[in-house]
Write a protein that binds this ligand. Structure first.
Ligand SMILES: Cc1cc2nc3c(=O)[nH]c(=O)nc-3n(C[C@H](O)[C@H](O)[C@H](O)COP(=O)(O)OP(=O)(O)OC[C@H]3O[C@@H](n4cnc5c(N)ncnc54)[C@H](O)[C@@H]3O)c2cc1C
Length: 541
């Protein structure tokens, strides 16, 4: 297999793409997959034997959360582990809200999907000839596989990309932004795409899979890449599909907090290998919040940090991740990417404490689907972070989301094969749009991010949530007309933020990643259920 240094230069070079190619594809596509992360690529591989598959990415294929995933992928592949234990850990992290069937599917189908990845060339780290496993927060066993130390997602993405792009029926196109679904009589039969020259095309297919990833960009502080603007959820909602559990946003406890640096993720695996958290007085604080201390579930650690920060009463407060007691050589070898990145911002993690704060990281909610990726509209499927099977409940267990993309991406692809292109649908169109983006749109994005961070963040108050909803409503009136890419993304962010606010207001309890000051406890009688938003209605079931 080519090594990682070849990724940029050779294997991942831009796909040949131009308008002529897109026009030539008209009438030639059986299945459209939006997203070239783990879920989209895995689905495309499954679909290839049933017809021609077009995979779209709105930027380079290397720009996805999958590519940034560091810590690893969880699966029961060691003799010291059991499927039942992985299931139990997943359900406990989910805080009473996991769809148990989805969680069972995840842990049972995970190991064969990983074996398949290995057969396709994924090089997981090994200890001698055996796979090496690490432990992450809230896992009861060492079951997290990793690759090139802390580049797990990049290695899996590389192998899936090679596998998919070698299939003659799969075509992967970059810089094509899906902007809306084509729906007739409640059935999805295609979508509209906009390229970076302002050219718009309608494409039709037997079925569409939304594997557009997460929505972290809706928040001021996030570990997510720029592509994570919640487009899939927004498109599905506008088309009339059911959206579920949007109130549950996972805040990763430890993102690098250095002036002018991005909120670079400091993987849970650091704590798995022994890193500890200290407050500004250098006191280790996690044991007073949870028995599992630094390895408690993410929501517990994030709230504990938020509490410690509040005690300091300073806008510049941070906590520290301390690995200085671990051998420097081990840190550099086990976490080469984290080590190098922090060094770039003048933090030597093997020798000094790392300033950190929580940041929005993962959306447990999304487009409501069954276990085969079927959304509530015919012809529409979703998988990966954009989807919500309920597998993560109110809080995702670390390293379960790459696995989710793999397992449920494959399942969606398998079932989509049954869909047949219907004749007589509107022929494909292409139109050139005039850009209408105004500088004010950037200001709107900024305001959305401030509102979500302050009012829909780690700790939520009724006043804050009401304020967010009211302000989002006002901002809605000034959204630019949607005919260019940035404007589309901002409109999607606005819609997704509104869905988070509505769902958070409706869930009058605290559970998992959703914590309300006015309802600090569970209310199982009323809310051990999933929230579902469809149009103006919201219900729990
Ligand atoms: C920094 C970081 C570290 C992480 N570490 C881990 C980890 O160690 N283990 C783990 O299990 N999980 C981890 N996660 C979470 C995990 O990486 C993601 O949940 C998972 O990769 C999502 O995969 P996906 O296929 O659903 O979406 P993504 O990998 O995000 O892919 C989304 C794709 O959709 C495309 N797209 C989006 N909108 C459009 C549009 N409108 N039109 C066309 N294309 C579009 C994008 O271009 C991209 O190709 C991490 C996440 C981050 C951000």
């Amino acid at each position: 297999m080519p090594d990682a240094s070849l990724l940029k230069s050779q294997a991942w070079g831009p796909c040949s793409y131009n308008v002529a190619t897109m026009k030539a594809l008209r009438g030639e596509v059986d299945f459209i997959v939006v997203g070239a992360g783990i879920a989209g690529l895995r689905a495309a591989i499954e679909l290839a034997e049933a017809g021609r598959v077009l995979v779209l990415a709105k930027k380079e294929v290397t720009e996805s959360a999958t590519q940034y995933a560091q810590g690893g992928i969880a699966a029961v592949l060691s003799d010291e582990d059991e499927i039942g234990l992985h299931l139990q850990d997943t359900l406990s992290a989910g805080d009473g809200l996991c769809n148990v069937e989805a969680a069972k599917t995840l842990v049972e189908e995970g190991p064969p999907r990983i074996e398949e990845l290995i057969a396709w060339g994924t090089e997981f780290d090994r200890s001698g000839s055996k796979l090496a496993f690490t432990r992450e927060g809230a896992h009861s066993r060492n079951r997290v596989l990793h690759a090139h130390g802390d580049s797990t997602g990049r290695e899996i993405g590389r192998a899936l990309y090679f596998k998919a792009s070698a299939l003659k029926n799969v075509r992967i196109m970059e810089f094509e932004l899906a902007t809306g679904l084509c729906v007739t009589d409640g059935e999805v039969h295609g979508l509209t795409v906009l390229n970076d020259k302002g050219e718009r095309h309608d494409l039709h297919a037997a079925a569409v899979l939304l594997a557009t990833g997460g929505l972290g960009q809706v928040y001021r502080e996030t570990t997510n890449p720029a592509v994570a603007t919640g487009d899939g959820v927004a498109m599905a909602f506008r088309a009339g599909a059911a959206i579920s559990d949007m109130e549950f946003i996972q805040f990763h406890p430890t993102a690098l907090y250095v002036k002018d640096a991005p909120r670079f993720l400091l993987s849970e695996a650091l704590r798995g290998e022994g890193a500890i958290l200290r407050n500004m007085e250098m006191v280790r604080f996690m044991p007073k919040y949870h028995d599992m201390a630094e390895l408690a579930p993410r929501d517990v650690v994030a709230r504990a940090i938020a509490h410690e920060l509040e005690l300091v009463h300073s806008p510049n407060a941070v906590v520290y991740l301390d690995m200085t007691h671990l051998p420097a050589k081990k840190i550099r070898e086990r976490f080469p990417r984290i080590y190098e990145t922090c060094l770039k911002y003048n933090v030597d993690i093997s020798d000094e404490m790392i300033p950190v704060r929580p940041a929005a990281h993962y959306a447990m909610g999304g487009i409501r689907t069954d276990l085969d990726g079927r959304a509530s509209l015919q012809g529409l499927f979703a998988a990966g972070e954009a989807a919500c099977t309920g597998v993560h409940g109110a809080n995702r267990l670390a390293s379960n989301s790459l696995l989710e993309g793999l397992v449920f991406g494959a399942r969606a692809g398998r079932v989509m094969r049954e869909c047949k292109r219907k004749e007589g649908r509107k022929p494909e169109e292409s139109v050139t749009m005039q850009p209408t983006f105004t500088p004010a749109a950037g200001q709107i994005a900024h305001e959305i991010r401030e509102l979500t961070w302050c009012d829909l963040g780690i700790v939520r108050s009724p006043q804050g949530m009401k304020h967010a909803l009211a302000e989002l409503k006002k901002l809605g009136a000034s959204l630019p007309a949607q005919c260019n890419r940035a404007a589309c993304e901002i409109a999607n962010m606005h819609l997704v933020a509104t869905l988070i606010a509505r769902s958070a207001m409706a869930r009058e309890e605290s559970r998992g990643a959703h914590y309300r000051l006015d309802y600090p406890m569970h209310n199982d009688a009323k809310f051990a259920k999933h929230s579902i938003v469809e149009g103006e209605n919201i219900r729990f079931e």
